[in-house]
Design a protein around this ligand. Structure first.
Ligand SMILES: NC(=O)c1ccc[n+]([C@@H]2O[C@H](COP(=O)([O-])OP(=O)(O)OC[C@H]3O[C@@H](n4cnc5c(N)ncnc54)[C@H](O)[C@@H]3O)[C@@H](O)[C@H]2O)c1
Length: 418
């Protein structure tokens, strides 16, 4: 069995420095790592992870290694692996199978190499690892104890499996912890999506018509940050409540069929499929830029784009030009994959500090809990609250405590108008 497969082992030193930099901005995970290294909660356990291989993920892997785990890791997207980080992880004993720019076949080959290590706990981002275990590698279902899921799309897929009775082991939905989605999906995706767009294009955002498809947690962050850079933000939605919220937050809400003709930049963040399709692309202005920040590369219909185009050129890294039959040019960023991870470095470490603290403590919870049903579980409330308190304290923010009078008032009904 191969111990690891990365692009270039000689990049390890650079990867170590990147990880050191991330670690400096992840104080909550650092505290957890120090406790793990004393208590060794994962002694004798193998963890199998399918996560974006970034410097922040390396900090999480360090915490597991410190806790006594053996770790196998592959990337959760063919374009998101940071090769220097992957090399440094291989160097410190992680069985890492990941490199940037994989084919779909290579991507699933790496997932299977992780499964070869027979992990008893899985960590997933998008549910491709869990999906492969349930479809191709069912032998692992006899021994696997539980797993975690990092993102909205993965949780949706797992809930669908639970509903049809296909889910065979318990999963903790890390995405749904408050200390995850309120910060990672919103501020993390907000900042890093703009970072990806800027690194790929270096365009000026001020004054541009910036269309955000969706107004969920990720899209809210993208809309908010684009507005902050002076863009004129338009939102498309299918959910009336979210559309109402976007309207009252001051954004113009309209159907994608109308937004298509107006937008200079389009960003999808819906977790849905074919949100931008042929009929929309045909209406777009010459020079319009298309990017996706949702989990899979299906939100912009790439087959439609190919069919409409007479030619395609790569202009610069992560920027492809499509010349359409109508003579206009459209520009696609990062092949329609998560633009913040493929064209930038993913979320800032400060945000991943909380997301990965949830991962670390949820994996510990799975390791310590005897029997759980094959269901999708919420992150235990105490974990969420502990992380919020630790993060605030690391930021030197102090808050008030309820007095006994306040506690009594808030928990009784007798006192009304006085
Ligand atoms: N880029 C990243 O780093 C990152 C981080 C976290 C989550 N994600 C992914 O981003 C996606 C969105 O996650 P979220 O947490 O914001 O989900 P969410 O459920 O909060 O929001 C999705 C929104 O999209 C809307 N929507 C669905 N179909 C639509 C359509 N055709 N047109 C317009 N709006 C539509 C829904 O009504 C909903 O309001 C998921 O795929 C998730 O896995 C990416």
């Amino acid at each position: 069995m191969d111990n690891f497969k990365v692009k270039d082992e000689s990049l390890a030193k650079k990867g170590f420095l990147q990880t050191e930099w991330a670690s400096k901005h992840m104080p909550v995970l650092d505290q957890i790592r120090r406790r793990f290294s004393k208590e060794k909660p994962f002694k004798g356990l193998t963890l199998g992870a399918c996560l974006h291989v970034t410097k922040e993920t390396a900090v999480l892997m360090d915490a597991f290694l410190a806790g006594g785990a053996k770790v196998a890791l592959c990337g959760s997207n063919p374009l998101s692996t940071q090769d220097d980080v992957a090399a440094s992880l291989a160097n410190r004993g992680v069985h890492v199978f990941a490199w940037r720019e994989q084919t779909t076949k290579e991507y699933y080959w790496c997932i299977e190499r992780v499964i070869d290590y027979s992990p008893s706990i899985t960590l997933d981002d998008g549910a491709d690892l869990v999906g492969t275990i349930h479809s191709k590698r069912t032998e692992l279902l006899q021994t696997v104890k539980g797993g975690t899921e990092e993102t909205t799309t993965g949780v949706l897929r797992l809930r669908a499996m639970e509903k049809t009775g296909d889910l065979k082991y318990p999963i903790i939905a890390v995405n749904d912890a408050f200390t995850k989605y309120l910060f990672d999906n919103r501020y993390g995706t907000g900042q890093s999506t703009l970072d990806g767009i800027l690194r790929a294009t270096n365009i000026l955002l001020a004054g541009k018509n910036f269309v955000v498809c969706g107004y969920g947690w990720c899209a809210r962050g993208i809309a908010m940050r684009a507005q902050g850079m002076g863009a004129n933000v338009l939102v498309t939605e299918v959910n009336a409540l979210r559309a109402l919220e976007a309207t009252m937050n001051g954004f113009r809400v309209l159907p994608i069929a109308e937004a298509s003709a107006i937008g200079d930049i389009f960003v999808t963040a819906t977790g849905d499929i074919s949100v931008i399709r042929k009929e929309h692309m045909q209406k777009m202005k010459d020079g319009a830029i298309l990017a996706n920040s949702g989990h899979f590369n299906v939100e912009i219909n790439l087959k439609d784009l190919d069919e409409l185009a007479t030619s395609k050129r790569n202009i610069r890294t992560n920027l492809d030009e499509y010349l359409l039959k109508n003579g206009r040019k459209l520009y696609l960023l990062a092949e329609g994959r998560l633009v913040n991870l493929a064209a930038a470095e993913g979320h800032p470490s400060e945000v991943m500090d909380m997301s990965f603290a949830n991962q670390a403590l949820s994996v510990e919870h799975l390791a310590k809990t005897k029997k759980m049903q094959p269901k999708v579980y919420a992150v235990p409330k105490e974990i969420d609250e502990t992380i919020a308190a630790l993060k605030l304290s690391s930021m030197n923010v102090r808050i008030d405590k309820l007095t006994s009078e306040e506690k009594k008032y808030l928990s009784t009904w007798e006192m009304g108008t006085i």
